[in-house]
Design a protein around this ligand. Structure first.
Ligand code: HEC
Ligand code: HEC
Ligand code: HEC
Ligand code: HEC
Ligand code: HEC
Ligand code: HEC
Ligand code: HEC
Ligand code: HEC
Ligand code: HEC
Ligand code: HEC
Ligand code: HEC
Ligand code: HEC
Length: 277
């Protein structure tokens, strides 16, 4: 459109608005380029962050009519968005605060249900693994959409050499009481709470002293291994019937007796093994 023509159109609109007589005839009908002449902010917002409301629709697709002919030409979101659970929520503008910047989203710290219109896995984990996190609102932790909080925003680490990055070695946010870990977790993670076990093990001169805590206590917190899970039947059956607990002779796993000479039982077993061959 020529600049002069736009000016004339705006002028005639101004005249008709001033006179209170809105004429909808095509000669004076508003076009999208007119709006900015009287409304500075919406076009500026759309230009800056309109997203699909800039590229897929125009002012006039949403604002059908204009005062005084149409008193409140404000569209309902449902005019165009209606086919997903998310679009059934109440109060679209409570999060999408400005329809001219539809992706600028903000909300308070007490939101849960609206999140579930798009995310379903987390609430399932939270409810199936009850903890004090289950009672918190999603946005109590995720106060900005998409932001992942650090555990240490709200909690102290178990020891001073543990950092925020260590928490996920053992905890998941949506099931924090289910403590699991991989097979290479350094011992210092456990030592934060188990000083005795750590000091016995690190003082041990036996081969157990070189093992990781999690080599024996595998996968899940409080898992207790049995000696025979790893050692099978190391001594003749007679010995083990007489002394059913390995600990009777070997002491505890973290602090095995450190014998310097081979015991007769072991020699006997080895000899027996040789004879059989
Ligand atoms: C010549 C100036 C002028 C132009 C051009 C103009 N408007 Fe307006 N607009 C006004 C005025 C003045 C009002 C307030 C009218 C009232 O409240 O009765 C208004 C009101 C509105 C409202 C209602 C606001 C509310 O709070 O209810 C909307 C929406 C609107 N205009 C959109 C547009 C769009 C979209 C365009 C371009 C297609 C446009 N306007 C072009 C002057 C203009
Ligand atoms: C996707 C639909 C949509 C588009 C596109 C859109 N608007 Fe709006 N506009 C709205 C809604 C919804 C409101 C009411 C916002 C509210 O209630 O806070 C609104 C409010 C307004 C208002 C009144 C309040 C204010 O912010 O001043 C004006 C004026 C306005 N729009 C002009 C425009 C202009 C000009 C354009 C094009 C550059 C435009 N709008 C594009 C949906 C739209
Ligand atoms: C006139 C039709 C129309 C109206 C009214 C409308 N929208 Fe849209 N909106 C669209 C279209 C078209 C798209 C792009 C396709 C899609 O995502 O469905 C879109 C996309 C969006 C997007 C994604 C933006 C992006 O860049 O990806 C959001 C968020 C959105 N709309 C929110 C709203 C809200 C909130 C309202 C009510 C205040 C609203 N819309 C009203 C037509 C509309
Ligand atoms: C609790 C806050 C909240 C409310 C209430 C809300 N939205 Fe959203 N909306 C969001 C978030 C968060 C996104 C995701 C943005 C992203 O993809 O990064 C979104 C995305 C969208 C999108 C684009 C992506 C898509 O899935 O289509 C549209 C369109 C949309 N909302 C429309 C609406 C409408 C319409 C309403 C009201 C019926 C509404 N929203 C209510 C928070 C909200
Ligand atoms: C309209 C759908 C929609 C709504 C409503 C919505 N989200 Fe999202 N959310 C998304 C999409 C899409 C992504 C991007 C997904 C991706 O990157 O894999 C996302 C990403 C996220 C992420 C980051 C995921 C990651 O892997 O980094 C978090 C956290 C999140 N949303 C939390 C929330 C919370 C909390 C709410 C409620 C306040 C919410 N969302 C509401 C659609 C939505
Ligand atoms: C925004 C704050 C916040 C963030 C972030 C957060 N928590 Fe929490 N957490 C809480 C609150 C509040 C409680 C309940 C405290 C109470 O009642 O004593 C809690 C409780 C816990 C509990 C005890 C659960 C129970 O039922 O006894 C564990 C374990 C926990 N958090 C671990 C974590 C871990 C690990 C992370 C990171 C993945 C994390 N938290 C992130 C706020 C937070
Ligand atoms: C106690 C704080 C807290 C609460 C409450 C919380 N989250 Fe999270 N969320 C996190 C943390 C931390 C992560 C990063 C992953 C982890 O540490 O397990 C995360 C990750 C996510 C992700 C990324 C994908 C994934 O599952 O790892 C999404 C999406 C998400 N949360 C959505 C939600 C929703 C929806 C709710 C409410 C039903 C919710 N969160 C409740 C702290 C929380
Ligand atoms: C080596 C695994 C491990 C790591 C790493 C770990 N935790 Fe824990 N955490 C646990 C165990 C096990 C418990 C449960 C103790 C109990 O039963 O009392 C626990 C309990 C908690 C609790 C609830 C009890 C309390 O002490 O208040 C919070 C909160 C917590 N952890 C936060 C964290 C944070 C924050 C981090 C990262 C800095 C972290 N944890 C790293 C294993 C770990
Ligand atoms: C946040 C502190 C904390 C951390 C970190 C922690 N634990 Fe524990 N652990 C505890 C508490 C508390 C108990 C229960 C003690 C009791 O019942 O007397 C416990 C018990 C145990 C038990 C004994 C279970 C039983 O039935 O006697 C084992 C084994 C254990 N933890 C191994 C580990 C290992 C291995 C790690 C490192 C991967 C670890 N713990 C990390 C706090 C922790
Ligand atoms: C998770 C597997 C595992 C468990 C459980 C386990 N051990 Fe071991 N143990 C080992 C490994 C690996 C070695 C080193 C073997 C080698 O290097 O030849 C070892 C070595 C030993 C040795 C020889 C020590 C040395 O320095 O020569 C004795 C004795 C022993 N274990 C006894 C026990 C007893 C008793 C228990 C139960 C209280 C036990 N073990 C539990 C894996 C395990
Ligand atoms: C060689 C395997 C092995 C290693 C390595 C090991 N443990 Fe154990 N742990 C056991 C066995 C077996 C028991 C059961 C009691 C026993 O026979 O000693 C046990 C018992 C425990 C207990 C409960 C009894 C107690 O002593 O409080 C805790 C806690 C524990 N271990 C923590 C740890 C930690 C922390 C580490 C690493 C510093 C570790 N363990 C390394 C095998 C091991
Ligand atoms: C009656 C005492 C006694 C009992 C009970 C006993 N052991 Fe032993 N075990 C010994 C002696 C003594 C040695 C030899 C120490 C050496 O070779 O340095 C030994 C050696 C071992 C060795 C090292 C073998 C090698 O070739 O280096 C392992 C592993 C072992 N025992 C595991 C066990 C397990 C597992 C149990 C329980 C099922 C058990 N022991 C019960 C006394 C006992």
């Amino acid at each position: 459109m020529k600049i002069a023509a736009r000016f004339l159109a705006a002028l005639s609109l101004a005249v008709s608005l001033a006179g209170g007589a809105w004429a909808a005839d095509s000669a004076t009908a508003l076009v999208n380029l007119d709006c900015v002449k009287c409304h500075a902010q919406p076009p500026a917002d759309i230009a800056a962050a309109g997203g699909a409301h800039k590229t897929s629709v125009s002012c006039l697709d949403c604002h059908i009519g204009h005062p005084p002919a149409v008193k409140k030409p404000i569209p309902k979101c449902s005019m165009c968005h209606s086919d997903k659970p998310h679009y059934k929520l109440a109060g679209c503008l409570s999060c999408h605060k400005n329809p001219h910047k539809p992706k600028d989203i903000s909300f308070g710290r007490n939101v849960t249900d609206p999140c579930l219109s798009c995310h379903s896995g987390q609430i399932k984990q939270l409810r199936e693994n009850k903890s004090k996190h289950t009672a918190l609102n999603c946005s109590f932790c995720h106060d900005v959409h998409g932001k992942i909080p650090l555990c240490t925003q709200c909690h102290k680490p178990h020891s001073s050499d543990m950092t925020a990055a260590d928490c996920k070695n053992c905890h998941k946010a949506h099931m924090p009481k289910v403590v699991t870990y991989g097979s290479s977790l350094p011992n210092k993670n456990c030592a934060a709470c188990h000083k005795n076990a750590m000091s016995f093990l690190s003082a041990s001169k036996t081969k157990h002293g070189k093992l990781l805590c999690v080599t024996c206590h595998q996968n899940k917190h409080k898992m207790l291994p049995k000696c025979q899970d790893c050692h099978g039947t190391p001594h003749p059956a007679g010995i083990l019937t007489k002394f059913p607990k390995c600990q009777d002779c070997h002491n505890i796993a973290h602090d095995l007796n450190n014998w310097t000479s081979k015991a007769p039982v072991v020699k006997a077993k080895k000899a027996a093994g040789k004879k059989r061959q």
